[in-house]
Design a protein around this ligand. Structure first.
Ligand code: NAD
Length: 518
């Protein structure tokens, strides 16, 4: 690692601790990856430097991975769930030990701030804790049989090989949301991380592989496959993968959903959002501005829950607009490893092009640019991925406003009249992930949360749209895909439900009172 910033940041040491010391050699990945395909080079959006190379998974390699995973499943499904939980507990402990190096890699490879990198690893630790407790609570219901001397209940069994396809913006947390639950449920996992953040995938695989080895467990319980969509397609078309959990764009989700449905598999889809905050006449302006600015520019607008639209009551519009423009003037854009900066880079130059195209499009549709965007140049921005957060006055009906642009562009939309008009605007997009209302008015808040309110999977009051706690089920409706991950009863998707009826008499009465005398 030649780069001065990365060296000061301690990246070499972090890579060493994560078992990635030799990664520049073009190594294969993770203990049970048989990578023999092309090599992906991973460049940091922070400074444009090459961090390392990863070998992709060929079809032949994939077959070996699936054999290892399928064999591991025949063993793992018989291990009692609390013992599986103990392995997840140890994995969480390892993550605690490696929180700093893994947080550094996440930050440097993805481009989010170090604080957010650490936060992402903390989410992994939290979901492990959650899963450990859950490993003693995989309960089903019992119900009374209509037949005398019969007992009826339902139980949950593991599914098998769970395929995980993840996006670049949460390069490690999304995997753990799936795996921690899937493992305690008795499944084994095959993960294809984003081709834009492959080293994060290798690092995670190395961590779990060590835990499995220490416990004398088959390494096929956790498998890694690397590459782009073509490698993802190995799993979506594979009948041996009963559940594919896919996180990414709506475009990807539509393709994955169709491929998995064509073989009647299950898919768990966590797709794009177009999240809005409603600002009512009773909103606290200070809280609104903090929530909106963090939601719009945090992670450079590359969170699925990023705030993209602000729906402001006309009586407050000018005041909120001014406060936002003032706040944007104070934003510091630059190296995300420097904690004084608020906004880091986009993931790559393609993302920069999409950001520029969106700003052009909103202008042609009649949008009024309030805070000018643009790509930053100069030594501090040499990766070419740093852009200025922009604010645009727009209409919800604009084509570009209807789309999710994965960049820091915030659209201001005006509403008048009652909160139901704001809710109609908020719901007037195809996505349904996260939503929020800023109000001190109980009636408005409850209306927003009611069945006639927000149609999103997440609806917050006096909190922005961005971020979520692992204890709640996470996911969205409509074209966001309908999947739920993480807390609550999201574990059920990783299991198959079986209804059992036991007859402890010497008679064989039939259900529904049917007589069948012989
Ligand atoms: P993307 O759709 O380009 O890629 C996501 C993953 O899907 C990658 O691993 C990619 O290789 C794989 N993939 C793409 N096409 C595929 C196909 N046909 N078959 C199988 N796999 C395929 O998304 P991205 O740019 O990495 O991430 C940004 C998107 O992810 C945004 O839309 C964001 O909102 C969304 N996202 C959603 C959530 C959520 O929980 N709802 C979380 C994070 C990101």
């Amino acid at each position: 690692m030649s780069n001065v910033a990365a060296a000061t940041f301690g990246l070499d040491e972090a890579l060493e601790q994560l078992g990635l010391g030799e990664i520049n050699e073009g190594t294969s990945t993770g203990s049970n990856n048989f990578g023999s395909g092309e090599v992906i080079e991973s460049y940091s959006p922070v400074d444009g430097d090459l961090i390392g190379k990863v070998t992709t998974t060929s079809k032949e390699d994939y077959e070996k991975v699936m054999t290892a995973a399928s064999q591991a499943f025949t063993f793992w499904r018989k291990v009692p769930a609390p013992q599986r939980g103990e392995v997840v507990r140890q994995f969480g402990e390892k993550l605690r030990e490696l929180k700093e190096p893994l947080g550094k890699l996440v930050s440097y490879e993805m481009g989010k701030s170090y604080q957010e990198g650490l936060g992402e690893v903390q989410e992994m630790i939290d979901i492990c804790d959650f899963a450990v407790g859950l490993s003693r609570q995989l309960h089903g219901l019992t119900m009374h049989s209509e037949r005398p001397g019969h007992r009826m209940y339902e139980q949950y069994h593991p599914l098998g090989v769970v395929g995980i396809i993840s996006a670049f913006n949460f390069p490690v947390a999304v995997w753990s949301w799936n795996t921690a639950l899937a493992w305690i449920c008795g499944d084994v996992c095959v993960w294809k991380p984003s081709e834009k953040t492959p080293l994060c995938g290798v690092a995670c695989q190395n961590i779990i592989a060590e835990v499995l080895k220490e416990n004398n467990l088959p390494e096929g319980i956790s498998c890694l496959i690397n590459g782009d969509y073509k490698v993802g397609e190995f799993m979506t078309h594979d009948k041996r993968v009963p559940l594919v959990s896919a996180t990414g764009s709506i475009r990807m989700g539509k393709i994955v959903a169709q491929a998995v449905a064509a073989r009647l598999g299950k898919s768990l889809l966590e797709l794009g959002g177009n999240n809005a905050i409603i600002v009512t006449p009773d909103a606290d302006i200070k809280m609104t501005v903090i929530g909106a600015v963090f939601g719009a520019v945090g992670t450079a607008g590359q969170r699925c829950t990023s705030t993209r639209r602000l729906i402001i009551h006309d009586s407050m519009y000018d005041q909120v607009k001014k406060a936002l423009v003032d706040a944007y003037r104070q934003l510091r854009i630059g190296n995300p490893l420097d904690e004084n900066n608020h906004v880091g880079p986009l993931i790559d130059k393609d993302a920069v092009k999409m950001y520029e195209a969106a700003l052009e499009k909103v202008k042609t549709e009649g949008g009024n640019i309030l805070v000018e965007g643009g790509v930053l140049t100069g030594e501090a921005y040499e990766s070419g991925c740093y852009v200025k957060p922009a604010i645009v006055e727009a209409e919800n009906s604009f084509d570009i406003v209807q789309e999710e642009t994965f960049a820091p562009i915030l659209y201001l939309l005006k509403y008048s009249g009652g909160v139901e008009n704001a809710i109609a605007i908020q719901n007037g997009v195809v996505q349904g992930l996260s939503s929020a209302i800023m109000t001190n008015n109980l009636r408005e808040a409850e209306q927003f949360l009611s069945a006639a309110g927000s149609d999103c999977g997440i609806a917050n009051v006096n909190i922005g749209t961005s971020g979520a706690e692992i204890g709640g089920a996470f996911g969205g409706e409509k074209e966001t895909g309908g999947g739920r991950e993480s807390g609550s009863d999201a574990w059920k998707i990783y299991m198959r439900r079986q209804t059992n009826t036991i007859n402890y008499t010497t008679e064989l009465p039939l259900a529904q009172g049917i007589k069948f005398d012989l």
